[in-house]
Design a protein around this ligand. Sequence first.
Ligand SMILES: [Zn+2]
Length: 112
Amino acid sequence: MAEPLRHGHEPVRTCIGCRKQGSRSQLIRLVARNGGSTVVVDERRRMAGRGAWLHPSDTCLALAIKRRAFGRALAGATEIAAVERYIAAGMPPADAPVDAGKPSKPESGSEN
Ligand SMILES: [Zn+2]
């Protein structure tokens, strides 16, 4: 529980996507809710429970999904729609309009 804080600096956290470290202010905190199955963004970084940290970027989100890091860091949590929404909303829209109806997901294969 008590993390050893040897450095006098800002606490450092590890992104579950790219596995690089960053200060707390660079990462978003994720916690599992709904009995542990749903991952939500803890914007204030103060929700109870086990947390995971992620850079708010598409790249790190994709990496975390790919390596199933959510389930590993948050004890089996798999529903990450809230996180995807959060990051999508926080990112400047690339060129696709956001509310253009139902997006068809181009991903394939890995249903489980
Ligand atoms: Zn990252």
